[in-house]
Design a protein around this ligand. Structure first.
Ligand SMILES: Nc1nc2c(ncn2[C@@H]2O[C@H](COP(=O)(O)OP(=O)(O)O)[C@@H](O)[C@H]2O)c(=O)[nH]1
Ligand SMILES: [Mg+2]
Length: 316
């Protein structure tokens, strides 16, 4: 076995960090390691946490990490940072708040920028969770903001998805409309110490009754005060309940299998596009062709199909 893979399986965090960087850069060494460790993955449970900025996701992640550490479970925290590659860590909030976890070898924290990845973000995050999993981490918490296509793709990696809202946010209705309903397993109305939390929970509950679930799991709506830790035990219990439900129904195996297929297909697509671009940029006849297309000597649509035929991608 390669050295890197062996060290990763032994739980070496420096190797873990390095492999994540390789994966982000598209270094083929990451693929080699992922292949070697694959049989040793599938033990970690992955929880996705999403919701509008300021709802208290990072505070909740912090509390969950604390609770899990109390149960002697090891924790991986992945913050998907939408802003830029340069603000790494900002999403996970207050460094001071997270400080105790940074010093705890049982917690691994990593921020991932949405930009600056060699491949698509959902694929990168999938790979990262397997690296964490193989290194022996028990529970992986993936925090992501918003409900864009990319974020929804990232959340597909999760076994259980928490949607965090707060009383002030009129975001609930918007969030529910934006397709989050499809993937939410548990709703949290955080900042229950503030006015309007109960009303908000009631509103969400009635909205949920209008929709229909993709499985026979009816997503519960829970009240939390992440700041004080109120309701966090119950959230973890609910996550366990959902896990049991997924396991008993066979849904967990099915979901994970579908995700693996999806990752394969997405990677093929991504890599084909990237390699094709690289080839086009270097190929003199293709460059000439592009000129002809620009000059109206060649028609773009038919020329594209001809090009694919000539490259070996025949229409069946
Ligand atoms: N009042 C109150 N404030 C909270 C609660 N949870 C988090 N906050 C505060 O809300 C702000 C945003 O929290 P943060 O976890 O960074 O939100 P995120 O953007 O969703 O990750 C911070 O100032 C937190 O201290 C809560 O339960 N009650
Ligand atoms: Mg945050």
């Amino acid at each position: 076995m390669e050295d890197a893979a062996r060290r990763l399986l032994e739980g070496d965090q420096r190797t873990l960090s390095r492999m994540i960087s390789y994966l982000e850069r598209g270094d083929p060494q990451a693929a080699g390691v992922l292949k070697t460790i694959d049989p040793h993955t599938g033990n970690a449970y992955i929880v996705g946490i999403t919701g509008p900025p300021g709802a208290g996701k990072s505070t909740l992640v912090d509390r969950l990490a604390e609770l899990l550490r109390g149960k002697e479970l090891t924790v991986g925290i992945i913050g998907v940072d939408p802003s830029s590659p340069f603000t790494g860590g900002a999403l996970l909030g207050d460094r001071v708040r997270m400080q105790r976890h940074y010093l705890d070898p049982g917690v691994f924290i990593r921020s991932i920028a949405t930009r600056g990845q060699a491949g698509g973000l959902p694929r990168t995050v999938r790979g990262i969770t397997r690296l964490l999993d193989a290194s022996g981490i028990d529970v992986i918490l993936v925090e992501t903001v918003g409900v864009g296509q990319t974020e929804l793709g990232v959340l597909e990696v999760a076994d259980t998805v928490l949607v965090v809202l707060m009383p002030e946010s009129g975001d609930a209705i918007q969030a529910l409309k934006a397709g989050i309903m499809e993937i939410a397993d548990i709703y949290l109305v955080n900042k229950a110490d503030r006015d309007g939390a109960n009303q908000m929970a009631t509103n969400i509950t009635s909205m949920l009754q209008l929709g229909h679930n993709r499985t026979d799991w009816a997503p519960p709506v829970m009240l939390t005060t992440a700041q004080s830790g109120q309701g966090i035990d119950e959230v973890w219990e609910k996550i366990q309940e959902h896990k049991q439900h997924l396991t008993d129904s066979g849904e967990l195996t099915k979901r994970r299998g579908l995700n693996r297929q999806k990752e394969f297909l997405e990677t093929v697509q991504e890599e084909m596009t990237r390699r094709l671009k690289a080839r086009i940029e270097q190929d003199p006849t293709l460059i000439a062709n592009l000129d002809r297309i620009a000059n109206k000597e060649s028609e773009p649509y038919s020329a594209a199909l001809e090009f694919l035929e000539n490259t070996g991608f025949n229409a069946e």
